[in-house]
Design a protein around this ligand. Structure first.
Ligand SMILES: [Zn+2]
Length: 418
């Protein structure tokens, strides 16, 4: 992590970097252009830190070619041959790999040249840093350049058959999201992003495809920014699979109601109709199952003893036909209530292996006595920002990358960060 702060202060507030702020213009509806290639900039690409494994007792580690091993920054092993797969474990403050033993807080496996680091069943570029997490268990974090990282994201976030412009729009949104996380969450953590749906799905080198690589190259360094010229800032460019007909406000995910800016939602989107989750049938979940899932996540819910019902206490939606639960009360049989975000109910069920087709909280919530029914469901995911199925529909209709992004993030402009 060389000069990480200096690096971030230079790039994240995207403010000072004067390069070009390409103001988006919604022009010809069927324009086929891609982001204009801008002069090649000599600036370095930032390093992203992605959590690829956590809370494991031991993990299989190796390399596909030449490597180095660093213990707290000092080289302790180096070879032009590959590192055979072995179990990395940590006991009493020491790392053990093959016959070697290292007394250090961190152990880093660096892939040299074209080599990759193997961790579990995945292959990763550049290097993987292992450190002790909670309870001394292992935390594995892949450090690699932003552009390679995005290649491993796109290949997991989108279907292989999807349009090149869908890939490019997604690359710009994902780059913006990653920048934002580096400058916020990453400042106080050992990693910037997780590798699952809680941030962006990342499959490492093993997941990369040529299509993903081309889209990342075509949009190199371009992010979405808001703010006046000279003081541009990135924002958390959320995106999801299918909005179900209208994008949501970021309010459904966090913080106070969002009524302005690129994440205010309310954009009509019929281009995601091709998704099988554009509309989905009623889902009935027994109250016992809901109570069990929520109890695992919230001690206060567990204290209720039993679930009486779910009450919607706040909704979002610019259009009456699209109200969506934002806050709900989990009501116990004695009348006590615990207020949680509606989306956290879906996530709790998901983590408890109980999704049962509940693809979003864009639905009506009904109590039938024994169960809660989620009716008239629309979309898949939180529906904030870019709708992936919608972006694909728009790309097929001939929309440009700029047009797609302008639609899902109104008011944001394209900005080359490096
Ligand atoms: Zn949509």
């Amino acid at each position: 992590m060389l000069d990480r702060r200096r690096y971030l202060s230079r790039y994240i507030p995207v403010a000072v970097v004067l390069l070009l702020a390409v103001v988006l213009t919604v022009s010809c509806y069927r324009c086929q252009s891609t982001p204009k290639p801008e002069p090649v900039l000599p600036a370095k690409i930032p390093i992203v830190r992605v959590l690829i494994a956590r809370s494991v007792e031991s993990i299989d580690v190796g390399t596909t070619g030449p490597y180095e091993i660093h213990a707290d920054g000092s080289v302790v092993a180096r070879s032009m041959a590959s590192l055979g797969e072995g179990k990395l474990s940590r006991r009493n403050g020491r790392w053990s790999l093959h016959a070697a033993d290292y007394a250090s807080d961190e152990l880093t496996v660096v892939a040299v040249g074209q080599s990759c680091v193997r961790v579990g069943s995945g292959l990763y570029r550049e290097k993987v840093v292992f450190s002790a997490g909670n309870g001394g268990k292992i935390l594995a974090v892949n450090h690699l350049d932003m552009e390679s990282y995005l290649t491993g994201v796109l290949a997991r976030e989108l279907y292989r058959s999807w349009h090149a412009r869908t890939y490019q729009a997604q690359a710009i949104a994902a780059r913006t999201y990653a920048f934002y996380e580096m400058g916020t969450f990453g400042r106080t953590h050992r990693y910037d992003l997780r590798s699952d749906q809680s941030s962006q799905v990342y499959g490492g080198f093993s997941a990369e495809t040529d299509k993903a690589r081309r889209a990342v190259e075509a949009t190199r360094g371009i992010v979405l920014a808001i703010g006046p010229e000279g003081n541009e800032k990135v924002f958390r460019a959320y995106y999801s699979s299918c909005c179900g007909g209208m994008t949501n406000s970021a309010y459904v995910l966090s913080g106070p109601p969002v009524t302005t800016g690129p994440l205010a939602g309310g954009q009509k989107c019929d281009d995601c109709k091709a998704s099988s989750r554009y509309r989905w049938p009623a889902v009935t979940v027994p109250k016992k199952i809901i109570f069990r899932a929520l109890s695992k996540r919230y001690r206060q819910v567990a204290d209720l003893g039993e679930l009486k019902t779910i009450e919607v206490v706040a909704e979002a939606g610019q259009d009456e036909s699209f109200p969506r639960a934002v806050w709900i009360n989990v009501v116990g049989t004695d009348g006590r209530k615990v207020r949680i975000r509606a989306d956290d109910l879906r996530i709790a069920l998901l983590r408890d292996g109980q999704t049962q087709g509940l693809y979003s909280m864009n639905c009506r919530i009904r109590d039938t006595g024994e169960a809660i029914v989620f009716d008239r469901g629309r979309g898949f995911g939180h529906g904030v920002g870019l709708c992936q199925w919608g972006a694909q529909g728009k790309a097929l209709r001939g929309c440009s990358v700029q047009e797609i992004l302008q639609l899902y993030y109104p008011g944001a402009k394209l900005f080359r960060a490096y």
